[in-house]
Design a protein around this ligand. Structure first.
Ligand code: HEC
Length: 168
């Protein structure tokens, strides 16, 4: 997004308006994220976490993951920290287990979602889970989404990347 704004002349509003595709319109951003993600195929996740700001985001993500909030008093951990949980027939990954986080992050997203007829990014997955918690809309590339992705991505280090994934 920074390069698109600083070098290519897009506005932040344009990018955010077209961030998710719909039935009659694809999203360039979803296509771009899938293309760039696939360029790492075969490599291992390797988030360095050397810069103080990276660590700050990671810690914020860890906090948010475990912090209950909203009218239902859910945290991410409510649905994603135990073995054998499911909603209807959907198994919920236990993301306190590094092996399961590796699968979700390095082979999961961006994903072709059968239920949505298009490719979706992690930003969309987080937006959806946030909605399931009945929290206010998760802003695209917002501080909160960057914090959660930093937390999950770092904990997926070592996973072999194979993208895009396929999901329900
Ligand atoms: C009410 C339960 C619930 C809560 C709370 C919840 N999620 Fe989810 N999450 C789901 C469901 C359901 C799925 C989809 C599973 C499927 O369709 O296979 C999912 C999927 C995911 C996935 C993709 C997993 C995969 O295998 O590809 C990620 C990543 C994720 N959630 C992150 C989060 C984060 C981060 C939070 C907190 C902001 C959160 N979730 C809160 C229910 C929840």
């Amino acid at each position: 997004m920074t390069c698109m704004i600083d070098l290519q002349g897009f506005t932040r509003e344009d990018i955010i308006r077209d961030r998710f595709g719909s039935l009659d319109k694809d999203s360039d951003m979803e296509a771009l994220v899938s293309f760039i993600g696939s360029k790492s195929n075969g490599m291992r996740m390797n988030v360095p976490m050397r810069h103080a700001k990276e660590y700050e985001r990671y810690k914020a993500g860890e906090y948010i993951f475990h912090r209950r909030a909203g009218p239902l008093d859910f945290s991410c951990a409510t649905c994603h920290s135990e073995e054998g949980k499911r909603i209807r027939l959907q198994e919920l990954p236990n993301m306190t287990d590094p092996k399961q986080v590796q699968i979700v992050i390095s082979t999961g997203w961006p994903a072709y979602r059968g239920t949505q007829a298009t490719v979706r990014t992690m930003q969309h997955r987080l937006y959806d889970c946030n909605w399931q918690m009945r929290l206010p809309d998760l802003g695209y590339a917002s501080d909160m989404s960057v914090a959660l992705t930093s937390y999950l991505n770092y904990r997926a280090n070592g996973g072999v990347i194979q993208l895009p994934g396929v999901r329900r």
